[in-house]
Design a protein around this ligand. Structure first.
Ligand SMILES: Cc1cc2nc3c(=O)[nH]c(=O)nc-3n(C[C@H](O)[C@H](O)[C@H](O)COP(=O)(O)OP(=O)(O)OC[C@H]3O[C@@H](n4cnc5c(N)ncnc54)[C@H](O)[C@@H]3O)c2cc1C
Ligand SMILES: NC(=O)c1ccc[n+]([C@@H]2O[C@H](COP(=O)([O-])OP(=O)(O)OC[C@H]3O[C@@H](n4cnc5c(N)ncnc54)[C@H](O)[C@@H]3O)[C@@H](O)[C@H]2O)c1
Length: 467
């Protein structure tokens, strides 16, 4: 029986464990905090639960135009204690579900910190130690393959170290007893944009400190522009600048910018990126190659530079998404256990920014257009969609990219409430190589927001050289 040891029980680790157990391997998962990992306990699941509550509040407040009464700002509010209680309960329940599922599949789960302990390089089997919180070695395991799935932690900006009361990272916010009077969010990547949008929707005055020309530098520029407009029209403040530090003041916090200005608030939320959890794993001693940023180098089937040692998820720095982490973990196990395996295909990964409105993307995007001169694009504003008009949705659009020569759909962007659900037909088209004609001939419900996606297909049919 093949022995597999997995270090880290997040999506990369637990999804890998499920595959390995189903294929008959003897599987041990070592996890120091809780099954589900940071994804379930502190990052993805809690933030989306908070955002769901804040979004519900906005939906009510925005409904006066539809004829709803009782939508005045003073009449609608969020009870933070209830929200935080719900967030934590939901995370714990999901972690317990994952634990039960792994147990049912016969996976051994051990609480502790794992680290490689090979004393000789190049052997077929590997050794892994399990340590308790004090660093005492509890057990040593021998394994035919090891998966490193230890994730990433918030990056700390020197001079703005979290005190976890007023200077916060995103894992602290669920312990707040009162809504911040004025939240300063530093960093306008996906995490910063989501929290800035979420707290603003929850009724908190928010200033977003963005060191880039626009928020969400990695995303479609039209989408980022819509987001900035909506954020500012709802009273959010954008401050262009780079934070140099954050200090406690009598009234709250002061964020110092590198140009000498300061931004005051009651709390500051630092969202300046992540660092991979590679320290203390003995990776370099065992010959596992790391990138300059400290991520583990892997190929498309999750192999590291050492045979028998695999890595998956945020620790590899490849598309830091729960869905990608899980797929990298599964692929590693299929590879180890001799199943037919398709290397990960990043071109087909769909991603979503859970702001208001949401921004969902897949495949070719505007930044890769210079390398794709054969690609046509169409952009349909949501404001022209009948269903959007009925719900008074004005902000957002659907964008579709297709090859001019073949009509094959290669990418898309949806900016809309619920974009995370609407992107699926485009993701399916990109994955399966469907054409604009396939999209155009598909019946969409009338009236529906997805009608804009089939309409975009029809618009691009005219641009198709083969039409
Ligand atoms: C605020 C926020 C919101 C996000 N929202 C989304 C989203 O909506 N959708 C999405 O797809 N992605 C989202 N992400 C990204 C997603 O959370 C990560 O991509 C995902 O968690 C990666 O999974 P992982 O298994 O690699 O790592 P993790 O989920 O971080 O799990 C790693 C686990 O390893 C454990 N560990 C670390 N070192 C050791 C050790 N030595 N021994 C034992 N255990 C160890 C840790 O305790 C942790 O439990 C979000 C990220 C953030 C920060
Ligand atoms: N919905 C989702 O799927 C989701 C949600 C959150 C995070 N994530 C993923 O997690 C990963 C981490 O995201 P993130 O947003 O935490 O990190 P990030 O690295 O993507 O963004 C951090 C931002 O902070 C800025 N920054 C750095 N130092 C600064 C300073 N001193 N002052 C002001 N700004 C500064 C950077 O320019 C950057 O734009 C990403 O890969 C992201 O895709 C995904």
């Amino acid at each position: 029986m093949t022995r597999i040891v997995i270090i880290g029980g997040g999506p990369a680790g637990y999804e890998a464990a499920l595959v390995a157990a189903q294929l008959g391997a003897q599987v041990t998962v070592i996890e120091k905090d809780g099954l589900g990992g940071a994804s379930v306990l502190t990052d993805c699941v809690p933030s989306k639960t908070l955002i769901a509550a804040a979004g519900a509040m906005t939906a009510v407040r925005d409904s006066a135009v539809l004829g709803l009464m009782g939508t005045e700002p003073d009449a609608v509010g969020l009870d933070l204690a209830t929200v935080n209680h719900r967030v934590k309960n939901l995370a714990m329940a999901q972690s317990a579900d994952i634990h039960a599922r792994l147990e049912a599949e016969g996976v051994r789960m051990v609480k502790g910190r794992g680290r490689l302990s090979d004393d000789i390089r190049g052997l077929a089997a590997h050794r892994v130690e399990i340590l308790d919180d004090d660093g005492t070695v509890l057990e040593e395991l021998e394994s035919d393959a090891v998966l490193i799935a230890t994730g990433a932690d918030p990056r700390v900006l020197p001079g703005a170290e979290p005190d976890h009361e007023r200077i916060l990272d995103w894992r602290d916010v669920y312990d707040l007893e009162e809504m911040p009077e004025h939240l300063v969010v530093v960093g306008s990547g996906v995490t910063g944009a989501e929290f800035a949008s979420g707290y603003l929707e929850a009724g908190v005055p928010v200033t977003l400190v963005s060191s880039r020309d626009r928020v969400l530098p990695g995303e479609d520029s039209d989408a980022a522009e819509v987001l900035e407009q909506v954020f500012q029209s709802r009273g959010g403040r954008l401050e262009r600048g780079r934070a140099a530090g954050a200090t406690r003041t009598e009234k709250g916090v002061a964020v110092e910018l590198t140009d000498g200005r300061t931004v005051d608030g009651s709390h500051v939320l630092m969202t300046v990126g992540t660092v991979p959890n590679t320290a203390g794993l003995n990776l370099e001693e065992c010959g596992v190659e790391l990138t300059a940023s400290g991520h583990i180098v892997v190929d498309r089937v999750s192999r590291t530079s050492v045979p028998g040692i695999y890595a998956a998820g945020d620790v590899t720095g490849i598309f830091q998404l729960a869905s990608v982490a899980a797929m990298q973990g599964r692929i590693a196990m299929w590879h180890v256990l001799g199943e037919a395996v398709t290397p990960i295909k990043l071109k087909t990964v769909a991603a979503n920014v859970f702001t208001h409105p949401e921004i969902a993307t897949v495949g070719v995007q505007e930044k890769s257009l210079p390398e794709n001169p054969d690609v046509d694009v169409v952009r349909l504003p949501l404001a022209t969609n009948a269903r959007a008009k009925m719900s008074d949705l004005r902000d957002g659009f659907v964008k579709l990219y297709a090859r001019r020569s073949t009509g094959v759909i290669v990418g898309g962007v949806v900016v809309a409430p619920g974009a995370s659900e609407l992107i699926l037909p485009i993701a399916l088209a990109v994955t399966k190589g469907l054409t604009v004609a396939d999209m155009a001939h598909t019946f969409a419900i009338y009236p529906s927001l997805s009608g804009s996606i089939t309409e975009a297909g029809r618009r691009l049919m005219g641009a198709d050289d083969l039409a």
